[in-house]
Design a protein around this ligand. Structure first.
Ligand SMILES: *[C@@H]1O[C@H](CO)[C@@H](O)[C@H](O)[C@H]1NC(C)=O
Ligand SMILES: *[C@@H]1O[C@H](CO)[C@@H](O)[C@H](O)[C@H]1NC(C)=O
Ligand SMILES: *[C@@H]1O[C@H](CO)[C@@H](O)[C@H](O)[C@H]1NC(C)=O
Length: 529
């Protein structure tokens, strides 16, 4: 990591940073000047342009206007209408929004366009976007451009921004199995994600530790597999609420139900689903991964994933497939016989492939696409060509940079997560290591690079619950957010440190308990204690 010699100048620079707003993530093209305009909170408006495809009644934007008005002005002391110096008022004291393509009631998708242009000059204060999702990104940028004079005036500089994301999948994984996260914690995280222009909430719902997803087809799963079936579950209604909350912020919900490993919590609710492990010639009383040799397993998976496919409307489901421990399968005589019958020899990867292939066929039949962890690729499971492979292992079986090369060479789309495990913490400014990762640094053709659709920051929950989630996530996840949104050339650590430091103060002002990046203090006013 960087020695203190590198960090001292950065600190000084941060102290000298002006009061004008700093943007995070940095836009693709921006031109600003010192000219600026006054915004008057009492009658400031977000308005739909008369020829916008979105008009009043568009839920996504109506609600976003309200949110950004609150973020900008409510709970902030506001003194003047008496400016202490001559200021130009913002044109019509409004931001006019024009959306080109209709789609207020749709869900965001991997293909959604998020580009926008924002023009603030003597004649216009204008946000133009292709879709409502782009308008959301532009509103966030607008909110970050507003700053306050020492007298408390709200000001915005003359600015021209043309912006679009570098990658279309910019995700954050939360794990609600190791620790249950209350709905309010999930919603607060979705808010902070929107401030960072993240657009995918990867919801790792269940795992060995607990099964909080309340299945209406198999209610025994939560009754027997959750920490507390009265309080520590997500009902269909809760899930719907999370999906709508996310949608209104332009965020997709990618649900993960990881099998055949990581499934201990499924066992009590579905007798016979897990493999009985043997000690010598007798069952030991413990269980391993999902039992891949029984028809009943696939009957269960068909019903379960039929439900999941309708509860989670995103085109993609995450099917897991990581870290299957073969020890229990090896110990079980029925499995040994099945291996013989199928001619798998002693290659348990073939058994794993057999399971996953059958599962993928089931899920494909429900018109869903899927994302899987890299082991599915490493173990040579035959998957549909449109499968998305998520890279999470840093060194095994090869370094993640090589893994990205191999996956895209085989023609699959890839998501990068290996260097972005935010649950790993160290002393010092580890955000900069996260920030300096270049997702396309592997060897490969332009066609291969184009198969990288983005990446995800992961926050596994072994040591994280609602008490420490926010400070562990923010602003560190912001480093991933900027890497996935901004231009490849935006890599200056000095500038990033200054902006991220300021953005962290803005997050605090917005009620996100973001941890500090280094010594210092937040200059801005913020009312929370
Ligand atoms: C905005 O205007 C102020 C006051 O003129 C100036 O100090 C600041 O540097 C400007 N900010 C940007 C980003 O141009
Ligand atoms: C957004 O991007 C699309 C596709 O590249 C382009 O056709 C459109 O003009 C852009 N719209 C805006 C508002 O920048
Ligand atoms: C399991 O299903 C296969 C294929 O449908 C069938 O051939 C086999 O007999 C079934 N096994 C049992 C034990 O029902």
């Amino acid at each position: 990591m960087a020695a203190s010699g590198l960090w001292l100048p950065l600190l000084l620079a941060a102290a000298l940073a002006g009061r004008a707003a700093a943007l995070w993530p940095w836009p693709q093209y921006i031109q600003t000047s010192e000219a600026h305009y006054a915004i008057f909170p009492h009658d400031f408006q977000f308005r739909y342009h008369s020829s916008s495809a979105a008009q009043p009644g568009c839920s996504v934007l109506d609600e976003a206007f309200q949110r950004y008005r609150d973020l900008l002005f409510s709970s902030r002391a506001w003194y003047p209408p008496e400016p202490t110096r001559k200021l130009h008022a913002l044109e019509k004291n409004s931001l006019v929004v024009l959306v080109v393509t209709p789609g207020c009631n749709q869900l965001p998708s991997l293909e959604s366009l998020e580009n926008y242009t924002l023009t603030i000059n003597d004649d216009h204060c204008f946000l133009l976007s292709e879709t409502v999702w782009g308008a959301l990104r532009g509103l966030e940028t607008f909110s970050q451009l507003v700053w306050r004079s020492p007298e408390g005036m709200f000001l915005i500089n003359k600015t021209e921004i043309e912006d679009f994301p570098r990658f279309s999948h910019r995700g954050l994984l939360l794990d609600t199995s190791r620790h249950y996260l209350p709905l309010t914690t999930i919603m607060d995280t979705l808010d902070a994600m929107a401030y960072n222009k993240f657009n995918v909430f990867h919801w790792h719902l269940v795992d060995d530790s607990s099964f909080p997803y309340d299945s209406y087809t198999f209610p025994e799963l939560t009754r027997k597999g959750s920490y507390n079936p009265a309080t520590h579950i997500y009902t269909a209604q809760d899930v719907k609420m999370v999906i709508e909350y996310a949608r209104l912020r332009g965020i997709r919900v990618l649900a993960e139900f990881d099998t055949p490993g990581h499934t201990l919590s499924w066992g009590p609710g579905v007798p016979g689903l897990l493999t009985p492990c043997y000690s010598g010639s007798h069952p030991s009383g413990t269980f391993g991964p999902v039992n891949p040799i029984l028809n009943s397993t696939y009957e269960f998976m068909s019903s379960f994933f039929l439900e999941v496919s309708s509860v989670f409307p995103d085109f993609y489901l995450h099917l897991g497939g990581d870290e299957v421990d073969f020890t229990c399968w090896k110990s079980n005589p029925d499995i040994q016989n099945f291996m013989k019958e199928k001619g798998f020899g002693s290659d348990f990867k073939q058994l794993e492939s057999y399971y996953i292939q059958t599962l993928l066929n089931i899920v494909s039949a429900y018109d869903k696409g899927y994302v899987v962890w890299q082991e599915v690729f490493d173990n040579k499971v035959k998957v549909r060509p449109d499968t998305i492979i998520q890279v999470w292992r840093e060194e095994m079986p090869v370094h993640y940079v090589k893994e990205m090369e191999l996956i895209t060479k085989a023609g699959f789309r890839a998501l990068l997560s290996a260097p972005w495990y935010l649950n790993h913490i160290t002393y010092g400014p580890d955000w900069s290591e996260i920030y300096m990762v270049e997702p396309l640094e592997f060897k490969g053709s332009p066609q291969q690079k184009a198969l990288v659709i983005g990446g995800e920051a992961c926050m596994w929950g072994e040591y994280v619950d609602s008490t420490n989630l926010a400070p562990r996530l923010w602003p560190r996840a912001g480093a991933v957010a900027e890497r996935l949104w901004s231009n490849k050339l935006v890599t200056n650590l000095d500038s990033a440190f200054k902006r991220l430091t300021q953005f962290r103060c803005e997050l605090l002002r917005r009620g996100v308990q973001a941890q500090p990046l280094n010594v210092g203090y937040c200059e801005q006013e913020f009312e929370q204690t």
